[in-house]
Write a protein that binds this ligand. Structure first.
Ligand code: NAD
Length: 490
């Protein structure tokens, strides 16, 4: 698959700043490559602090007019953007697959999923209500008004090049904020194509600005936004270490943050579960995007009574998965994003084997396909001292822990600094209610492996961050509340 699209003007190799496509001020560029082959797809600007500042200048200048627009005008713009995203779904899916590696069918799924957030927030734009506070004193009226927080900086990861960035831009624009955005260095092309479609939809100059950068210059570019007190909010999805860094470095300008960070999701299968449904739920939740999602089950606990049956069935299904590049129409798992990912997955598997795990299927890189492929893997006899118990593997590896009691497994599931997603399967309704309540996670799937929806609040607790994306709560992070007290009314 080469970099050619039906609409070739969606292949953008420049930043969007103040409505103009521009190079980095230094003229620097870096290469974006296809993880399936290593081939260079395009070169894009390697932007630094000067470009970040120019983007923030533009966003700050555009803010007064944008926030004064009627909500339904902002909603109309988002609806046009939504329609254009869907109209160009094939091109966007191809870009996603080319730069990120996921199979084309998954790329199409991501376009539909991401677009649903734009549609959702177009609706929510017109429903930002305040409150008239019941009167406390004669002649006084007290009200609470919700206002856009100001310029928002969005920083996103590579695993969902479209969905992660629209989940941030759409609610920000909906409430009247302006945006500066920096996509992940591995996957900037989808973000630039989305920006081109936003321009087509009529986004005014400066309201949405997107800059691209390599990892090292990108850190300096973001540092510029962290220190800029005109940027009032950071919305970030990525690793916990970087999220903590952003929180620390933005403390001097006291920005509002929403941080969607790493997970270490438990997936619990009780003896009384519907075994087929649990296997199917785990397959769907784990192998989506080759295991490279923050809500992927990372620690799978199976109760002793069904452990062997569950492991055998799972290994059979995982072993039958087709691995290959996005160009292969039957591929269900693509390449991992880069060599660092393969190194981490290999290290986790080797460490698990060293601590007594056994491989039922997979267990190694698939070098015959290319440098970045790893076989879908099922390991048994997982234990707490293994690395994969403590860290996200972020790859197609399932390790099965055996457990005896509900009390013990809930304690184990919660014994992690993270708290993004958690899943469990049971047919006992009282247990369903009890365990859902006790799990320390922002998102819980009960007899369900596919939990994401634009209508639901998505986000974590503990070291998985704070803030919620999607749903009616998804606007809150982009708003501040102003209390107005009007006197002399009697
Ligand atoms: P990452 O934290 O390395 O990078 C994310 C973004 O931050 C990229 O744009 C990167 O360029 C930028 N960045 C990196 N270091 C920076 C620094 N010092 N200063 C400023 N910006 C910096 O994460 P990743 O490897 O791209 O993504 C994988 C991680 O993201 C996983 O931990 C995964 O769980 C998490 N994730 C979380 C969610 C969620 O919703 N909670 C969703 C997807 C991924």
């Amino acid at each position: 698959m080469t970099l050619s699209l039906v609409r070739c003007d969606l292949i953008r190799r420049q930043n969007l700043i103040n409505g103009k496509w521009t190079d980095a001020s230094t003229g620097g560029r870096y290469a974006v490559s296809n993880p399936a082959t290593g081939a260079v797809l395009a070169e894009v600007p390697d932007s630094g602090p000067a470009d970040a500042r120019a983007a923030a200048d533009a966003a700050y200048r555009a803010l007064p007019a944008w926030r004064e627009n009627l909500p339904r005008e902002r909603a109309a713009l988002l609806k046009r953007w939504h329609a254009l995203i869907l109209a160009n779904a094939d091109d966007l899916a191809k870009l996603i697959s080319l730069e990120q590696g996921k199979p084309l069918a998954e790329g199409r799924g991501e376009v539909a999923y991401g677009a649903s957030y734009v549609d959702w927030f177009a609706g929510e734009a017109t429903r930002v209500y305040g409150d008239l506070i019941p009167q406390q004193q004669p002649g006084k009226r007290m009200s609470a008004i919700k206002e856009p927080i100001g310029v928002v900086a969005a920083i996103t990861p590579w695993n969902f090049p479209l969905a992660m960035i629209v989940r941030k831009i759409a609610p920000a624009l909906a409430v009247g904020c302006t945006v500066v955005a920096k996509p992940a260095e591995d996957t900037p092309l989808t973000a630039l194509a989305l920006a081109a479609l936003a321009v087509d939809a009529g986004v005014p100059p400066g309201v949405l600005n997107v800059i691209t950068a390599s990892r090292s210059l990108g850190i300096d570019a973001v540092a510029q936004w962290l220190a800029d007190d005109r940027v009032r909010k950071i919305t970030f999805t990525g690793s916990t270490a970087v999220g903590m860094h952003l929180a620390r470095e933005s403390a001097d300008t006291l920005k509002k943050l929403s941080l969607e960070l790493g997970g270490n999701a438990p997936f619990i299968v009780f003896d009384d579960a519907d075994l087929d449904a649990a296997v199917a739920g785990l397959m769907a939740a784990k192998f989506r995007n080759g295991g490279q999602t923050c809500v992927c089950p990372n620690r799978v606990y199976v109760q002793a009574g069904i452990y062997d049956r569950f492991a055998a069935e799972l290994a059979e299904r995982a072993g039958a998965l087709k691995v290959g590049p996005a160009t292969d129409p039957v591929a269900q798992i693509g390449p991992m994003i880069n060599a660092r990912a393969i190194e981490k997955i290999t290290r986790h598997v080797e460490d698990a084997l060293h601590h007594g795990a056994q491989v039922l299927t997979g267990g190694k890189p698939l070098r015959q396909l290319g440098a970045h492929y790893f076989a879908p893997t099922v390991l048994v006899h997982a234990s707490e001292q293994m690395l994969l118990n403590r860290e996200e593997t972020f790859g197609p590896v399932i390790a099965l822990f055996r457990f005896e009691t509900e009390e013990h497994v809930v304690r184990q599931a919660n014994d992690t600094p993270f708290g993004l997603a958690a899943y469990f399967y049971t047919q006992d309704m009282r247990r369903a209610e009890r365990v859902a309540r006790r799990l320390e996670a922002g998102v819980v799937g009960v007899n369900e492996g596919a939990v994401s929806s634009e209508a639901a609040p998505f986000g974590g607790v503990k070291a998985s961050g704070y803030g919620r994306e999607g749903s009616k709560y998804g606007l809150d992070d982009f708003l501040s509340i102003k209390y107005v007290c009007q006197g002399g009314l009697d």
